[in-house]
Ligand binder design. Structure first.
Ligand code: HEM
Length: 223
């Protein structure tokens, strides 16, 4: 490993670049999912567009790689930090000088990873591998809207999934609130002037993502 990659900025570079990539993905994913609010025709048209768009299809394995690199590298860096800094010193000093979310990025990240596992099982797996048996509606079309709405409106476990998703969106918002400006800082784009601006932009972005995604299960709660 080169000296740069051994330095703390070098180590965080991969985390920042993969994180910024995921930040863009979340905006695209949120936009696609907000079509749910327009009803089944609008959402099914949006998913059909996504599923047949060659650029989206090429990006899917890149996205999987982005998540994998981000999660694994985050764990590696955290373990190295724990080894390098005595726990007591770390706890006392960081408590006084940093936000709760910045001190708990690893736990928030692992929580989001847990959510992602459930989420991919709920939707991605069925859409990709069981579409022909699970998704075909009475009219013979691939009804992705029904798949999403069934999860949140199911009489037995709809409320549980709604709660799990909403709690996960809060965790995601907290993770993003710190991650956004931290990524730019690692890339050297955060001087004194930009630090404040990026911190505000990060908070706005985190709120947009957490609230934007939360609207979906809440919407199904009321229709
Ligand atoms: C209520 C909110 C959400 C809904 C309704 C939703 C819905 C979906 C659906 C239907 C799919 C399958 C798409 C397809 O295969 O064509 C999917 C895939 C996926 N979702 Fe979500 N999602 C939500 C929130 C999230 C969040 C917060 C994340 C990230 C932390 C996320 C990450 C992913 C990933 C990585 C995939 C696989 C890649 C893809 O198909 O685009 N989703 N989601």
């Amino acid at each position: 490993m080169s000296n740069f990659m051994k330095s703390s900025v070098g180590k965080k570079l991969i985390l920042s670049l993969s994180g910024l990539f995921l930040i863009v993905f979340l905006l695209v994913h949120l936009t696609a999912n907000l079509f749910l609010l327009g009803g089944s025709e609008s959402y099914n048209a949006a998913t059909h567009f996504m599923d047949t768009n060659p650029i989206i299809q090429i990006m899917q394995p890149v996205l999987a790689l982005g998540f994998l690199v981000h999660i694994l590298w985050g764990i590696v860096i955290q373990i190295q930090n724990w080894k390098a800094t005595p726990v007591k010193y770390n706890k006392v000093n960081r408590k006084n000088s940093s936000k709760w979310s910045s001190r708990n990025m690893i736990w928030l990240g692992l929580f989001i990873f847990g959510f992602l596992t459930i989420h991919l099982w709920n939707y991605f797996y069925i859409m990709k591998f069981q579409a022909d048996t699970m998704l075909v509606s009475n009219e013979g079309i691939h009804d992705a809207y029904k798949l999403v709405s069934d999860l949140f409106t199911d009489a037995n476990y709809g409320y549980i999934y709604t709660a799990v998703y909403l709690i996960s969106f809060i965790a995601l918002g907290l993770h993003l609130n710190h991650a956004f400006w931290s990524a730019f800082q690692t890339l050297g784009l955060s001087n004194n002037l930009w630090r404040k601006r990026l911190s505000i932009a990060g908070t706005l972005y985190a709120i947009l993502i957490a609230v934007g995604f939360s609207i979906i299960p809440i919407f199904f709660l009321f229709i």
